[in-house]
Every structure is written in C-alpha cells, then in structure tokens.
Write a protein that binds this ligand. Structure first.
Ligand SMILES: [Zn+2]
Length: 134
C-alpha cells in the first residue's frame, strides 16, 4: 500500500484543516491556497490519477457538494474546479482543487501565485464557513 501526505491526512496521522470527511472522501484546506478557502477533495482510497479511480460517481458527488459549499460558505461568485494528473501533480494521490473565484480576483491563465493563511484561527474560520454550508 502506498503512503503519502494525503494518505496520512486521510488516516488522521497528519493535521489538516478538515472541511468534511466521510467513507468516500476527505476534504481539507490547501495550506498554500490560490485564494483563501481553496479546498482539496481526495478519495479515502489511495489512487494516483483519475484513470485509477474505480468508482468515480460517489467521489464526484463530494466534489460537486464542495463546489456549492465553497461558493455559498464564502459568498464567492463562482469556483474553479481542477485536477492535475501526473504532470504538475504535487502529491501522487488524486486530488481535486476547489478554488473560490470572484470577478476581478486577478487570476489569469495557469500561473497561480499562492498565498498563506495569517494564522491557524483564520484557516479554521475558512474551514468552518465552508463546512457549515455543506
Ligand atoms: Zn495516498
């Protein structure tokens, strides 16, 4: 069995700002968000890429719910939902990025400067706001 950063988060062996967790997927804040409230949705089972995922439907239901919650919980105008497979994939455990978007937020193309949370409290408040909208 493979182990990586996200397997450790799924197993509860590594701390993360978890937004939601069930038998299919675990969702938590990206520690270096494109915008604050940037969530990663990962399948509980270890698979590397989309083509390795056997049961796609239940996983993408979680992605869909997260996209709605990020919008509603953070009062964002929209979201960007994306997945890198192998190329530009930072952790070899499938993960979907759900990024809150707003008009004139400055995001253009695929050069994405990352930001940081000012404090643990701030990160927790973003996780809470999204979780409450689920
Ligand atoms: Zn893994």
């Amino acid at each position: 069995m493979s182990t990586d950063l996200f397997c450790e988060i799924v197993a509860g062996e590594r701390p993360a700002y978890v937004v939601s967790s069930d038998e299919v997927a675990v969702s938590f804040l990206d520690t270096r968000p494109v915008f604050k409230g940037h969530v990663l949705v990962v399948p509980r089972v270890h698979v590397e890429t989309l083509t390795d995922l056997a049961d796609v439907g239940p996983f993408f239901e979680r992605v869909q719910a997260m996209a709605r919650a990020v919008e509603e919980g953070l009062e964002a105008a929209g979201t960007f939902v994306a997945m890198n497979n192998r190329v530009s994939q930072s952790v070899a455990h499938l993960h979907v990025h759900v990024v809150p978007r707003n008009k004139k937020d400055g995001l253009r193309g695929f050069f994405w400067p990352r930001t940081k949370y000012d404090s643990a409290e701030e990160a927790e408040s973003y996780a809470d706001r999204i979780a409450k909208a689920l």
